[in-house]
Design a protein around this ligand. Structure first.
Ligand SMILES: [Zn+2]
Length: 299
């Protein structure tokens, strides 16, 4: 398992390890998966990975909220007491204060973002690939928590899960142009898009040289910095934004990577559940958290 910084820990679940953000866990149950469990693209079958995720989160299998993700910034709001639909619909952000459901986002290189408001207990799950980062999906998720559940961004804690890092994420001029066209990012774009990779040496991604595709130099995109900056712009205190900084491309043994595996890449999730840990008078005893911490055994 890759080493983690102090804000994260590996936990043991029935299928193996998952990653948890310690400060976020104090507010809401959640985890980020790796290659296990195997998660089907469509549907749910008895005993499959989705069943196991639901069991670990303490919800019914159909209550793991899976949107049809489209690399946009559409929001689905689920309020406590809503009639739960058979089809969760399309979007890249789920916000809810409903303890019956566990919103998730499915990723393979894209950034899974989970957040929770310590006062209302409301949570959000957001899917932020480069298009999501370019459109400001992280800020949109915070705004949805504010508008739907009255959250104060100062009370929100955020975890940014494993995803392709600035060590490996080379993008072409087409991507750079999308960021450059949005004046909101003009003061930050040099931090997000750099000529050289950041951090540890990349293992290299076969067949991906964007410069060959469009005739212009590629850049390395730091989606972790982009999302963290956007969350702070949305009012989240910097100390409440926790970046796992684990690159899915560098750790292919542990994670799926779309850039490496292509369209056949499996999917991982970040999943979260509103509820028992909110700062409100306790109406019921706290429920047990999924998993127990394990110590990494090197990698
Ligand atoms: Zn990497």
């Amino acid at each position: 398992m890759p080493p983690v910084n102090g804000a994260f820990e590996w936990i043991r679940l029935p299928w193996g390890p998952a990653l948890r953000c310690v400060p976020l866990a104090a507010i809401a149950d959640h985890f980020f998966t790796g290659r296990q469990p195997v998660l089907l693209r469509e549907g749910i079958r008895p005993g499959d990975g989705w069943h196991r995720v639901a069991l670990s989160m303490g919800v019914a299998p159909r209550a793991v909220v899976r949107l049809q993700q489209v690399h946009g910034s559409g929001v689905v709001v689920i309020s406590a007491g809503d009639v739960l639909p058979a089809d969760w619909g399309t979007g890249d952000i789920v916000v809810t204060d409903d303890e019956r459901v566990a919103p998730c986002v499915q990723v393979a290189d894209c950034v899974p973002i989970l957040m929770a408001d310590r006062r209302s207990g409301a949570v959000a799950a957001a899917h932020a690939g480069w298009r999501g980062a370019a459109s400001g999906v992280a800020g949109t998720a915070v705004a949805a928590l504010v508008s739907a559940f009255g959250a104060d961004p100062a009370d929100v804690t955020v975890a940014i899960g494993p995803s392709i890092g600035p060590c490996c994420y080379r993008v072409g001029a087409d991507v750079c142009r999308v960021f450059a066209a949005d004046e909101r990012w003009s003061s930050r774009i040099d931090r997000w898009l750099t000529a050289e990779p950041k951090g540890r040496a990349a293992h290299g991604v076969p067949g991906s040289d964007p410069s060959a595709r469009d005739g212009m130099p590629g850049r390395f995109l730091d989606t972790w910095a982009a999302n963290a900056d956007q969350l702070q712009d949305a009012g989240i205190p910097p100390a409440h934004v926790h970046v796992s900084a684990i690159c899915t491309s560098c750790h292919r043994d542990m994670f799926h990577s779309y850039r490496v595996d292509g369209a056949e890449a499996g999917r991982m999730i970040g999943v979260i559940r509103s509820g028992a840990k909110r700062e409100a008078p306790a109406a019921s005893p706290p429920r047990p958290s999924p998993g127990s911490p394990v110590r990494p055994r090197g990698y």
